[in-house]
Design a protein around this ligand. Structure first.
Ligand SMILES: Cc1cc2nc3c(=O)[nH]c(=O)nc-3n(C[C@H](O)[C@H](O)[C@H](O)COP(=O)(O)OP(=O)(O)OC[C@H]3O[C@@H](n4cnc5c(N)ncnc54)[C@H](O)[C@@H]3O)c2cc1C
Ligand SMILES: C[S@@+](CC[C@H](N)C(=O)[O-])C[C@H]1O[C@@H](n2cnc3c(N)ncnc32)[C@H](O)[C@@H]1O
Length: 578
């Protein structure tokens, strides 16, 4: 891998004294000798009255600068879990030079705690990206692998508690400076608190100049003092908004929205048209990141989306994906891509390339699903009434989420292109590649069953399967395998939809883009403020990779939780961009 790849962080260079690590770059140890548990507990979670804050809030947002080995995080998880709170903890941590997994294993394998094991299981590779995972059903970790100076301006969060844990200020002016302190102040809730080991002048004066009230408190061990700071104002616990929600569509977009809503304790009504099962009814959808040779926002979204889908979405199985193509130009491009990523992410093996962070998604039965074709939307008393073709009411809710795939053509005026596709399910007694992409897709579905795809036909909206496509896929497979020793079980067709810029659409749907044919005139005496409509659409050929994270961003915005996306990526996918 190239040492200066724009996709990768610079791994922390560490020396060890027994089991205590020190950073070569910052000439400082990650903690004093021995077990860091009590020391970290005292300086960080112990200073912020987290259990009592949790009692007064639906969610507490904590921002740590310097995740390191995650000791502060694990201490906070333990405190949260033992406090018996039902509140959510949104733990956002920024880390510029993450220790390797091997270094983390060396430290946490010793403790053997459940939380430590979970951290090792979800610990991301050192890619410069935002990695979001529900660590428990109440704790969402957003692990931001980039410099705090670039990360803070992109954060969309209201922070209750800050842990400032970035080595000695004298060794690290990039973290302890006025830009960072001002950034913390911008994010701070009234009465938000911060703690740090250091009582150095630059920290005291800087936090004070940014508007924090500072206080020296008793330190731990050899450090006599620590610094505690508070933003002006009285702290009040944040509340989550939990409106009633209805979703139109039960494909990967609808299921992802429902999954995120469930995590925020909202049980939506889901309406789907059984006569149009949608593109997600393929027997399986592949998950893997869409990467580009020049780092751009789409590949950033895709890397973050892939991590989120693999770690949070129900119905997902991890599985390494093998890429293979007979076209030399495609192979060369993939070889160049491999040089930009660590081998445990993208690895060249002979003439193949392995996506190690990949998997498949298979549709699940959904709670709250109703069969219905939505043909009308009627605003009524701040809610939206959905009706069928005969004008009969189907459901009503405060918030409507449109996730109707190709059905979005009749719901909105936003211009989507259709791309028809077909795959085939086959049986083979001979072993076939388990999971292959490139010139042909092969996915093992279990037993002797495999899915083979896919065709790509721009502009067609014909949802029927076609013999000509089936024959072509059978011939392609025979050519790839060099034999015809397999039998067709079933063909599957679907319509993908995509925007002209090939970026997905996620967020609030501008009211003027709701189709006039759909939107019935509000009953004058019943109408009130326009009810909120969100949409998740234009997922193209990678819905399973991108929909879960986009849905989490929509639901976080709706509920008043921190955004799982940096501001520039929220901006990238917004629906008022056209
Ligand atoms: C052959 C083929 C292979 C593919 N392979 C992959 C792959 O490997 N990986 C991948 O990520 N993507 C793949 N895709 C793309 C993927 O299928 C789409 O990105 C994804 O399914 C889109 O999901 P969706 O939820 O937006 O829409 P859909 O899955 O189309 O779901 C739309 C939903 O809306 C409902 N609906 C529509 N209109 C109405 C209405 N008026 N009232 C009520 N309900 C309505 C439908 O009933 C359905 O439930 C493939 C697509 C095809 C065709
Ligand atoms: C003392 S360690 C943190 C220990 C950690 N909190 C724990 O509990 O294990 C300091 C961390 O700050 C990180 N760091 C230093 N400067 C940074 C910056 N500008 N942006 C983000 N992280 C930074 C270092 O890479 C290092 O991992």
């Amino acid at each position: 891998m190239q040492p200066d790849s724009p996709y990768c962080t610079k791994a922390s260079e560490i020396t060890w004294q027994q089991d205590t690590p020190s950073s070569v770059e910052f000439d400082d140890s990650y903690w004093s000798q021995g077990d860091p548990t009590l020391e970290k507990q005292w300086v960080f979670p112990g200073q912020h009255q987290l259990p009592s804050r949790a009692q007064e809030a639906d969610l507490v947002v904590l921002l740590e600068l310097g995740f390191g080995f995650g000791h502060n995080f694990l201490q906070t998880v333990t405190l949260w879990e033992t406090s018996g709170t039902t509140a959510q903890l949104h733990y956002i941590a920024v880390e510029r030079s993450p220790p390797t997994l091997a270094a983390l294993q060396r430290v946490h394998a010793l403790t053997g705690t459940t939380a430590g094991k979970r951290l090792l299981a979800i610990y991301p590779l050192g890619l410069r990206a935002w990695h979001v995972v529900w660590f428990t059903d109440k704790i969402r970790l957003t692990l931001i692998f980039e410099d705090a100076q670039t990360a803070l301006p992109k954060l969309d969060a209201k922070v209750d508690v800050f842990y400032l844990d970035g080595f000695k200020p004298s060794q690290n002016p990039e973290l302890f400076n006025q830009f960072i302190f001002e950034g913390m102040r911008r994010l701070a809730q009234p009465g938000a608190s911060a703690s740090t080991y250091s009582v150095a002048g630059v920290v005291k004066q800087g936090l004070r100049a940014a508007g924090f009230k500072i206080e020296k408190r008793q330190g731990w061990g050899r450090k006599r003092e620590l610094l505690f700071a508070e933003a002006p104002g009285n702290w009040r616990g944040q509340r989550l908004r939990r409106p009633s929600v209805q979703i139109i569509g039960a494909g990967i977009a609808g299921q992802s929205l429902a999954g995120s809503l469930n995590r925020f304790n909202i049980q939506p009504i889901i309406l789907a048209d059984p006569s149009h099962p949608g593109a997600s009814s393929q027997p399986a959808l592949n998950i893997y990141p869409q990467l580009s040779l020049q780092r751009d926002r789409q590949s950033e979204f895709s890397i973050a989306g892939c991590y989120f889908a693999l770690h949070n979405q129900k119905g997902v199985q991890h599985r390494p994906l093998r890429w293979r193509s007979a076209t030399p130009a495609k192979l060369q491009r993939m070889q160049r891509l491999c040089q930009l990523f660590p081998d445990d992410y993208l690895e060249q093996v002979g003439r193949d390339v392995i996506y190690h962070q990949a998997g498949i998604w298979q549709s699940l039965a959904l709670a709250g699903l109703r069969d219905a074709n939505v043909c009308q939307m009627i605003p009524s008393e701040g809610q939206m009434q959905l009706c069928n073709a005969a004008g009969h009411p189907l459901s009503k809710a405060d918030v409507t989420m449109l996730a109707a795939g190709a059905g979005m053509h009749s719901l909105t005026s936003l211009a989507l292109k259709n791309v028809r596709g077909q795959s085939i399910r086959i049986q083979s007694k001979q072993a076939l590649p388990e999971f292959l992409t490139g010139d042909i897709n092969i996915t093992h579905l279990g037993g002797q069953n495999f899915l083979v795809g896919s065709t790509y036909e721009l502009g067609s909206n014909d949802p029927q399967t076609r013999l000509v496509d089936t024959d072509r896929l059978m011939a392609d497979l025979a050519q790839t395998l060099n034999h015809r020793d397999f039998t067709l079980t079933a063909p599957h067709a679907g319509i993908r939809t995509t925007f002209s810029d090939r970026v997905i659409g996620a967020g609030l749907l501008p009211a003027h883009t709701i189709s006039t044919a759909m939107m019935a005139k509000p009953n004058a005496h019943l109408s009130g403020p326009a009810p909120a409509c969100y949409a998740l659409m234009g997922l193209g050929s990678h819905g399973a990779t991108h929909a879960p994270l986009a849905a989490e961003a929509i639901v976080s915005a709706l509920c008043g939780a921190p955004s799982p996306l940096p501001r520039d990526l929220t901006h990238l996918t917004r629906l008022d961009r056209f």
